[in-house]
Structure formats: C-alpha cells, structure tokens
Design a protein around this ligand. Sequence first.
Ligand code: SF4
Ligand code: SF4
Length: 122
Amino acid sequence: MRRKFIIKQIKQQFECQRCNRCCEQPGFVYLTPIDLERLAAFYGLEVSSFKDEFCRKEENEWVLDQPEDEPCRFLTEKGCEIHEAKPQQCSEFPMEWRDSGAFQYCEGIKKIASRCSKEGKG
Ligand code: SF4
Ligand code: SF4
C-alpha cells in the first residue's frame, strides 16, 4: 500500500537528483527505432553505422552493446554523455517504469519516500 502511494508521487513529482545510480545498474538499455535515429543524428552518423558501432541485437531487439553487468557505456564523470538524445527507456525512468531495487538506489525516489514518511502519508 505504501509503495503504491509512493509510485503515485513518483509519477507526479519526481525530481532527478543526478546521482547516476540508475546508469550503473546491470541490465539492457533497449533502443526504439526513434532512439536509433535520434542517437545516430547526435553522433552525425547513419543509423546503420550507429548500430554497427554502438548496438547489438538481444532477442530481436536493439540494445546498447555493452557488458550487461557494467555501468552504461555513456556514463561519464559528468553524467550521461548523450543526455539530450538519451533513449526513451532512460527518459521514462523512474516515472513510467522502475526495478524493485530503485527504491534503494535512486536518490530521487528515496527523497520522495522520506518526505511521505515525515508527512505520515502512504
Ligand atoms: S544512456 Fe545515459 S541515461 Fe541512459 S543509462 Fe546510459 S548514461 Fe544513463
Ligand atoms: S537513480 Fe534516480 S536520482 Fe539518480 S540519476 Fe537515476 S533517476 Fe536520477
């Protein structure tokens, strides 16, 4: 019940704290056809060249080509190198989707959870 309330708050008022922990998590970064076009343009490449250089297929879907258990290849000390062109999956986190671990590692979610706790909500 509490988690449901917090998820509602995340959808309505999430503010990223730029901790970059989401970009360090294991897993795939999936790429939609529009992501591929936007990212190729960002690097001034044809989509096919961008795919050759940065992507691979995973169960028939395009993903960033990188080891599954390492931080994202686009994560730098200053944050996401492709921030303006980042994939939809990244833009939608954690408002539209989140893994259960996000409640422990995402500073923005923790801030909301802590506020709800203090206000005795959820
Ligand atoms: S593309 Fe950028 S926002 Fe997405 S996981 Fe990689 S570093 Fe993070
Ligand atoms: S883990 Fe949460 S607060 Fe940290 S960068 Fe990702 S979305 Fe922002």
